[in-house]
Design a protein around this ligand. Structure first.
Ligand code: GLC
Length: 704
């Protein structure tokens, strides 16, 4: 946090600044082709975003470099007050070492792994002069049609908060001014995932209790972890665009949470206040955002072009400008940019793509993959001499990266077929083809068939929303055709979202969800398919049976006619069972676990309550279980979710081994936004589960 010395430095600098220099700090520029570097010498930019526009997330943007950043920084330090630039970039899930997409990382239910990955991403990104990443993306998502579900941590606020804390700590470390640390940016504040229809940029309606208890917690966790910045969301939330929402940007973020960093807009989202219909023109948009508590304008230019005149017209005050400048200077100073504004070019020769970072990427990919079905224990493959491997991903390289990977390079990736060959046991023949006819032909001679399906990363991420959650065109037919041959059939699905693979799950013997697993995804997949590693991922988001089931999520309300498949007037659809295809928290392993002997330390929770149970590996191979703790508040002044995740632990057990897993539940863990708008607990009865997913588990009761 800031100290008196920092604040003195910032006040003294602020006192010397002209109005133009102050407004320059509020301006972020994208140095595209028409960029005029003299703006830097005139102090008209506080930050450069190292992006080449909307395609940035698709790998079409050239990486920066220490030399380029140093060149721009040198020009900036020729300005009168020599205030250094802060370079920002979307380092979302890795830089050159591309880790699994964030949704896959959440599936590992291992925040410490996410912290380590973020730390490596920071070490790598800073070699090119980047000092600020526009991550972690913390949007709770309940609608897989939305392309950006790939970028967040799924549907649950507890898991999302754990990941937020870990990733911020990974990026920023203990000392944010260290040359290999990045300033984090919790985004998109707030509610972007509730955009209607799962369509980016659409408006969303979220009630205050849901906003407080579902969408805001991960952002609060990021702020409490010391995140230096936040980014406002594009969304029109309840009629007030997030970029001009003073209650959220100032009253909540600063008034309630004590955030002292700065908020950057999303791409041109200040100027977009005109489209939203709350601003008449650029000047009005700029005033609304600044006075709401939005400090830096990402690339729209409306702050630079209009704030001076608005001040002269008395429509904004110098104090309002000063407060935004102070926040930006505070983060720049805390990040050490005044002391060391330049980057050592030699770092890029030693800090990128190290063996250790590849190992972590492989471990993360292994831990994130989720085994959804495994009839006849088809996986891991055993004793098959010839396996046909077919589908659009057989030669995948960059396709394994997923969205927002501008600095990943396909040539760094071992092609998937080669990676599988390297991990397959001796004597196992793998035949690869992308061609359907060839696949059908070869299948007749194969002992088993492995299909590698799913969505290409260009169908995932920003503005990549789909109206149909089925597999991409042609793939369902392909699976159907391959099924007809009656060979043992395993599916691996690469995707940035839950896909409604109901029919495919029905006909396949085994299904493994690999998400977009990153640079080491091929090797990780091979290790799991051939048994050198066991799957341990769990779903961080509910899988719908069909697009029409959306939104569907585990922590829903009970309704007056709770779901009962056999009940009258209690169904949810005529044409579908009410349950999801797979529930939140679900995932199989290569062994089986038994839960027994649930115990509570008391019948009434006073201060804290211990809940524990025995978990036994009753199978024949080692495995990792993600033991989950859920509660249900049976009666509240507002209706309460039928389950809420309050804890999880990964436990590795050998065959026959038993361990007792204990959770401690505290009174504050049961607090919620009550009918009167206050946050707190209410006495009453609670259910509690220790479970392997959000639909099962050993059930106990306690009172508060
Ligand atoms: C994009 C995204 C945001 C990203 C920014 C800079 O529109 O919404 O997440 O950080 O622009 O690329």
């Amino acid at each position: 946090m800031s100290n008196a010395t920092d604040e003195t430095f910032i006040s003294q600098l602020l006192a010397q600044m002209t109005l133009e220099e102050k407004i320059g700090q509020l301006n972020q520029i994208n140095p595209g082709d028409e960029f005029d570097p003299s703006l830097l010498q005139e102090g008209k930019a506080g930050s450069l975003i190292n992006a080449s526009g909307a395609l940035t997330g698709m790998g079409f943007s050239d990486s920066g470099s220490a030399e380029l950043s140093n060149h721009f920084q040198k020009l900036t330090l020729e300005s009168r007050l020599k205030i250094p630039l802060i370079f920002g970039r979307d380092v979302i899930h890795g830089f050159r070492t591309v880790f699994p997409i964030p949704l896959a990382q959440a599936a590992a239910f291992d925040p410490d792994l996410a912290r380590q990955a973020a730390s490596i991403a920071a070490r790598e990104a800073t070699t090119s002069g980047i000092k600020w990443t526009f991550a972690p993306m913390l949007d709770i998502a309940r609608d897989p049609r939305w392309g950006r579900v790939a970028e967040g941590n799924g549907e649950d606020p507890f898991l999302g908060s754990q990941m937020a804390t870990a990733i911020v700590q990974g990026f920023q470390g203990e000392d944010i001014s260290a040359p290999d640390k990045l300033v984090a940016c919790a985004k998109h504040y707030v509610g972007y995932g509730a955009a209607e229809g799962g369509r980016d940029y659409e408006n969303g309606e979220i009630s205050e209790p849901t906003l407080r208890d579902i969408y805001l917690p991960p952002f609060r966790a990021a702020v409490e972890a010391g995140a230096g910045t936040l980014m406002s969301a594009f969304i029109d939330l309840n009629g007030i665009p997030a970029t001009a929402n003073r209650r959220l940007l100032t009253d909540v973020l600063r008034g309630e949470w004590g955030f002292d960093g700065f908020v950057v807009s999303d791409w041109e989202s200040i100027k977009e206040l005109i489209h939203h219909g709350v601003a008449e023109d650029d000047a009005h948009a700029a005033r609304l955002a600044l006075q709401a508590g939005l400090d830096m304008d990402m690339v729209s230019g409306v702050y630079l072009n209009t704030l001076g005149e608005s001040l002269r017209q008395g429509k904004i005050s110098m104090e309002e400008i000063d407060e935004a400048v102070r926040r930006i200077l505070r983060i720049k100073h805390r990040a050490g940019l005044f002391d060391h504004p330049f980057t050592d070019p030699l770092r890029a020769t030693r800090d990128l793509l190290t063996p250790e970072s590849r190992d972590l990427a492989r471990q993360f990919a292994r831990q994130s993959m989720v085994l959804l079905k495994n009839d006849r224990d088809l996986l891991p493959f055993k004793d098959f001499r010839r396996i046909l491997v077919a589908g659009p991903f057989v030669h995948a390289r960059g396709e394994l990266f997923g969205t927002w990977t501008p600095d990943g390079r396909a040539e760094d990736v071992t092609p998937l077929d080669e990676a599988l060959r390297q991990t397959a046991p001796k004597g196992t023949e793998l035949w690869f083809t992308e061609n359907v006819d060839m696949a059908l032909h070869l299948a007749h001679q194969a002992d088993a068939v492995l299909l590698l399906l799913g969505e290409h990363p260009v169908r995932s991420g920003e503005n990549c929303n789909v109206s149909d959650l089925g597999l991409p065109p042609g793939q369902a037919e392909f699976v159907q055709a391959m099924t007809a041959l009656g060979k043992p059939l395993a599916l691996v699905v690469f995707a940035g979202r839950p896909l409604a693979i109901t029919q495919q799950v029905k006909v396949a013997d085994a299904v493994l969800y690999a998400w977009h697993p990153g640079i080491e995804g091929g090797a990780a997949l091979g290790e799991i398919l051939f048994g050198q590693a066991s799957p341990s991922g769990r779903l961080p988001i509910t899988f719908p049976r069909a697009t029409g089931q959306v939104p569907i999520y585990y922590n829903h309300k009970n309704s007056g006619r709770p779901i009962d498949p056999n009940g009258e007037f209690k169904t949810r659809y005529l044409d579908l069972p009410p349950s999801p295809l797979f529930p939140f928290g679900f995932g199989l392993t290569y062994t089986r676990f038994e839960y027994s002997n649930l115990k509570l330390s008391a019948e009434t929770l006073r201060g804290a309550l211990e809940i524990n149970a025995e978990i036994t590996n009753i199978g024949t191979s080692p495995g990792t279980e993600v033991v989950q703790l859920y509660v249900r508040d049976l009666v509240g002044s507002l209706t309460r979710p039928i389950r809420e995740l309050k804890g999880f632990q990964r436990v590795e057990l050998q065959p026959g081994e038993t361990c007792r897993v204990t959770f401690t539940l505290r009174e504050e863990d049961l607090a919620f936004t009550r009918a009167d708008g206050t946050f707190g607990v209410e006495p009453g009865s609670f259910h509690v589960w220790i479970a392997s997913d959000s639909k099962s588990g050993l059930n106990g009761h306690f009172r508060l």
